[in-house]
Ligand binder design. Structure first.
Ligand code: SF4
Length: 89
């Protein structure tokens, strides 16, 4: 039994809201584990996308990474980064 929230409970969606202060997707969320395609708080089990948390998706518990400033994604876009969050070390 998982201690994480289920995808339906977290309102996990196969999309992300329009960018404003930040780009609101799993890739830019402090809880995302990119190497594992998992999340620290939402279970990867069950639909949609059984077995993974996708960097392009979003849920109700999205939270910006520590150290990221509001609107910082805009300068990344201007600098030509294809995905201003996933290229971040
Ligand atoms: S947006 Fe939700 S599912 Fe995605 S990494 Fe953040 S907390 Fe996890």
């Amino acid at each position: 039994m998982s201690a994480k929230l289920s995808k339906p409970l977290a309102l996990y969606l196969l999309t992300n809201p329009p960018s404003l202060f930040w780009i609101y997707k799993c890739a830019s969320c402090r809880f995302f584990l990119p190497d594992q395609r998992k999340c620290q708080v939402v279970s990867e089990e069950g639909p949609p996308r059984p077995g993974e948390i996708n960097p392009e998706d979003w849920c109700l518990f999205w939270l910006n990474r520590e150290g990221d400033a509001p609107f910082s994604w805009i300068s990344r876009v201007i600098n030509g980064e294809r995905d201003p969050w996933e290229v971040r070390p």
